[in-house]
Design a protein around this ligand. Structure first.
Ligand SMILES: [Zn+2]
Length: 460
């Protein structure tokens, strides 16, 4: 890929040079000509020959579909130009043969924390200690790595909901969007806003350790200020800790969260762990309720009525998971109940810990096991991981669905995920924004890296 682009660049240079030395009236190169030669070098066409194109929204797989993609290397945009059978490839198009693959849009994790990785050693999985030991810079580098690993498993969108030090999540999003490094599209929350103490158990001698992991906001003024501060520093969604302390936010305070976030076009995701907190979050009309601790059939009925997203972060039962049998059975039963009641469901993990032997993408995929245990049909699990993910991320009109004019984010695998969701464990092709990130199981991302903000420092 790299050599190919270099070759087309030198072709463009040759063209311009030959125009320069050609005896021409007026002796100047017509500006339009030079520009179009430049543009040709910056545009890259790719044609994917898909054995089947899977549409998770309708649960269908259409055989023998070609996808023509135009990539603009100056803006970093790669868009789907055409989809159809036996498309003609313009001269210079790179053709990728995926005729023995099922191609679909990228996967979405609706709840993770890319810039934190807590672990058994040395902090006994107490992430309070992680935040004391790991600086924001080392956490930002972790965020690049964990996002990279998730992209390698096919996750092209991640909602990154706080616990990222001093805006390491915004730094990651900028680095990806400006073109320094590859990674998923990031919908980030900045600093989690909570009542005094956040999710920590502080001691009076050191009560400032809550920051920057949480922004204390107890009064209405503090809530408004915390939301504006987060948005100013790059948050795309607001995360509130609804009931992390014995003094949960009131429904009126949560309504203030919703209206103040809406003032800047943002939605509010709520960490909820109690029944009362869930009732207040529903009354206030939060965009999503995160974690399944407080979920009951009654809560599900109300969530379905109000169209509130369920971001259950359903940890599977695995060797590495410290899930009791009772907790596991309840988790599976509640997920099934939510599915049966038509609650809006998102695939989400909270997979912010180190499990030896699994990379972050592989760890993320393991959460499929909970959905299988709940007896949810494979095609519906795929829909939750794609279509629903695009909607909760509010990207469904620009990114995710494989449609003309949309961002070219694609994954492919040999099995049909509509019939066997385990096919997702073997995603061996990933395209992000029209650039190939992984092909034939090999991650080869060099084209994504630049020694500067290739798409402009103003991209924020
Ligand atoms: Zn979380």
């Amino acid at each position: 890929m790299k050599t190919k682009r270099l070759r087309s660049l030198s072709l463009a240079t040759l063209l311009v040079t030959s125009l320069l030395i050609a005896p021409m009236p007026g002796s100047l190169v017509p500006a339009a000509w030079a520009q179009s030669a430049d543009q040709a070098a910056e545009t890259q066409m790719t044609l994917i020959r898909a054995g089947h194109l899977v549409d998770p929204a309708t649960g269908t797989a259409t055989p023998n579909q070609d996808i023509l993609i135009e990539r603009n290397n100056r803006t970093g945009e790669g868009r789907i130009q055409a989809i159809g059978r036996n498309l003609d490839a313009p001269p210079g198009t790179e053709v990728i043969d995926l005729s023995d693959h099922y191609v679909t849009g990228g996967l979405v994790d609706a709840h993770d924390h890319l810039a934190i990785t807590y672990k058994e050693e040395p902090e006994s999985n107490q992430y309070y200690f992680t935040t004391l030991m790991d600086s924001t810079p080392i956490r930002a580098i972790q965020a690049f790595s964990t996002g990279f690993q998730k992209l390698a498993s096919g996750f092209t969108i991640v909602r990154d909901l706080g616990n990222n030090g001093l805006y390491a999540d915004t730094a990651l999003r900028h680095a990806i969007e400006q073109g320094w490094v590859p990674g998923p599209t990031i919908i980030n929350a900045g600093i989690i806003i909570g009542a005094f103490g956040g999710q920590f158990f502080e001691i009076p001698e050191r009560e400032d350790t809550v920051y920057p992991e949480y922004l204390n906001a107890d009064t209405d003024d503090e809530i408004v200020k915390a939301i504006r501060r987060n948005i100013h520093y790059g948050a795309k969604v607001i995360k509130v800790c609804v009931d992390c302390q014995a003094y949960p936010y009131t429904a009126d305070q949560l309504k203030l969260f919703v209206s103040e976030a809406a003032n800047a076009g943002r939605k509010v995701s709520g960490h909820v762990q109690t029944h009362e907190g869930a009732l207040r979050a529903i009354e206030a009309g939060l965009w999503s309720i995160d974690h399944d601790n407080a979920m009951t059939p009654e809560i599900h009925t109300m969530m379905a009525e109000k169209g509130i997203w369920r971001v259950g972060t359903e940890t599977p039962k695995a060797d590495w998971a410290r899930t009791s049998d009772a907790r596991w059975e309840r988790r599976v039963a509640m997920l099934r109940d939510a599915y049966d009641k038509g609650v809006k469901l998102a695939f989400s993990t909270d997979a912010d810990y180190f499990i030896r032997g699994l990379d972050r993408g592989e760890l993320t995929l393991e959460f499929i096991e909970t959905w299988k245990a709940a007896g949810i049909p494979d095609a519906d699990i795929l829909k939750v991981m794609t279509t629903n993910g695009y909607e909760i991320s509010e990207l469904e009109n620009e990114r995710g669905p494989v449609q003309e004019g949309f961002a070219a984010d694609l994954i492919a695998m040999r099995g049909n995920p509509l019939e066997d969701i385990d096919a997702l464990y073997d995603v061996d092709f990933v395209m992000k924004d029209g650039l190939v990130f992984k092909h034939e199981g090999v991650v080869a991302p060099m084209d994504f890296f630049h020694n500067g903000p290739a798409y402009g420092w103003r991209v924020r």
